[in-house]
Write a protein that binds this ligand. Structure first.
Ligand SMILES: Cc1ncc(COP(=O)(O)O)c(CN[C@@H](CS)C(=O)O)c1O
Length: 416
């Protein structure tokens, strides 16, 4: 039997080789945060053991080494998503901060009463609340694209919502709850025809799919390092250079200036204009190592393997008739959705399922996954979610589905 991708690389992830509650850990919560390969951990440690110094400031050797490694990480991220210019990559704490940067620096200064923002009912709160704040401050109106029968982005409805009043479209590429993969190239092309700008929330796509921002055509794209094998505390905003050049700074402080006087300051050049203060230097360098690691595997190869996992996961979940799984069904080959499944079982609370699965060493998420409006559409307060990455295996899916069946049978027996 051909060795799977996971079988080849699981030894790279020390955290996976532990027991939880006396059982081998089965980590099925990568959509919340991914695990980190040894090379990423070693890179972070090496930075603090050998290179740690502040960046862009000191003239001494450690500072030069830190600066080169930090800016080298930026180059790696730019290449990873095929940005045209390195200064189109702004390091942030996470995707949430990247979205807020665009909200406060561009939207707050561009939107006026009657302007419209188009988003969707499936958005993560990080791509909903900032726009609600901006709408309140500017008088702009948010319109939401709903779901088709198949629980995917309703492209036809989107076309009816677009108008000359649309100034911004802010949508997720891959839903963290539905697992649907939205048609971002068409969404962007239609928005641009109306003169609107587009922000893509790529938190759940950059770690799993080959992303080409020039081919996609987005004006901004955001992602978080911790979902793509990098540490927490580092994420990035991609923005077209001419748009970022025209945006005012998001935060004031050191680094983002050229000159400071008592009365005023002159702003620094891109991307430093948006990177006030001392950045997460080690984490950014570790993100660069994560990009190298993923690139060495190959995003197409990684995604192909995840499609195999998706096909297998849904084939096995289909043997549990009580499951209500949200989002589109994948093809038999596992195409058309991400390797995650959010689900409910009538009469059993999702957190009860996740608690009993944890007793078996199986880590899934339960709750609203920061998509409360979407769950309300399903009359659900939350759901259970298993989310896979390239280090998961079919054997882990077997163990998960077996334990899920046993857990459901247990609850049904005590309720009878
Ligand atoms: C589509 C999408 N958009 C934005 C975010 C926010 O990422 P931050 O790194 O927290 O800024 C997330 C993070 N979703 C995690 C935590 S709620 C999940 O369990 O699904 C996301 O999935």
């Amino acid at each position: 039997k051909e060795e799977t991708l996971a079988a080849k690389i699981r030894s790279d992830f020390p955290i996976l080789h532990q027991e939880v509650n006396g059982k081998p850990l089965i980590y099925l919560d990568s959509a919340a945060t991914s695990q980190k390969p040894q090379i990423v951990l070693d890179t972070l440690r090496h930075y603090y053991d050998h290179d740690n110094a502040n960046v862009h400031r000191g003239a001494h050797t450690l500072s030069i080494r830190s600066t080169e490694a930090y800016e080298g990480a930026r180059d790696k991220v730019a290449k990873f998503i095929n940005a045209q210019f390195r200064e189109e990559i702004v390091f942030t704490r996470n995707a949430t901060e990247a979205i807020n940067l665009v909200a406060y620096s561009w939207a707050l200064n561009h939107l006026k009463p009657g302007d419209e923002i188009i988003s969707t009912v499936m958005e993560h709160h990080s791509n909903l609340v900032p726009w609600q704040i901006i709408a309140t401050k500017t008088g702009a109106v948010i319109k939401y694209v709903g779901l088709t029968e198949n629980e995917e982005f309703d492209l036809e409805q989107y076309k009816t919502l677009l108008s000359e009043r649309t100034k911004l479209v802010a949508v997720v590429h891959v839903s963290n709850t539905l697992g649907c993969i939205n048609p971002v190239e068409e969404i962007i092309s239609l928005a641009h025809k109306m003169g609107a700008k587009v922000l893509i929330d790529a938190c759940q796509s950059v770690p799993h799919l080959a992303i080409d921002v020039q081919k996609m055509g987005c004006d901004w794209l955001v992602a978080s390092g911790h979902k793509m094998c990098a540490p927490t505390g580092i994420g990035f905003l991609y923005g077209k250079r001419e748009i970022l050049e025209a945006m005012p700074p998001f935060m004031g402080g050191g680094e983002m200036i050229s000159e400071v006087f008592l009365e005023n300051y002159t702003v620094g050049e891109l991307p430093h204009k948006f990177e006030a203060g001392t950045p997460a230097i080690g984490e950014a360098i570790a993100l660069g190592a994560a990009v190298d690691y993923l690139s060495a595997i190959g995003m197409d190869k990684l995604h192909d393997y995840e499609e195999e996992l998706t096909a297998y996961l849904f084939k096995k979940l289909a043997t549990i008739p009580q499951l209500r799984i949200y989002g589109p069904k994948p093809t038999p080959e596992g195409k058309g959705r991400a390797a995650l499944a959010s689900f409910n079982v009538e009469g059993i609370h999702a957190s009860d399922l996740s608690t009993l699965l944890d007793h078996e060493g199986i880590a899934i998420r339960s709750g609203h996954h920061c998509t409360q409006p979407l769950h309300r559409l399903f009359n659900a307060s939350g759901s259970a979610r298993a989310s896979l990455y390239f280090y998961n295996t079919r054997e882990e899916i077997d163990a998960f589905v077996k334990a899920l069946k046993e857990t459901i049978n247990f609850f049904n027996s005590v309720m009878d």
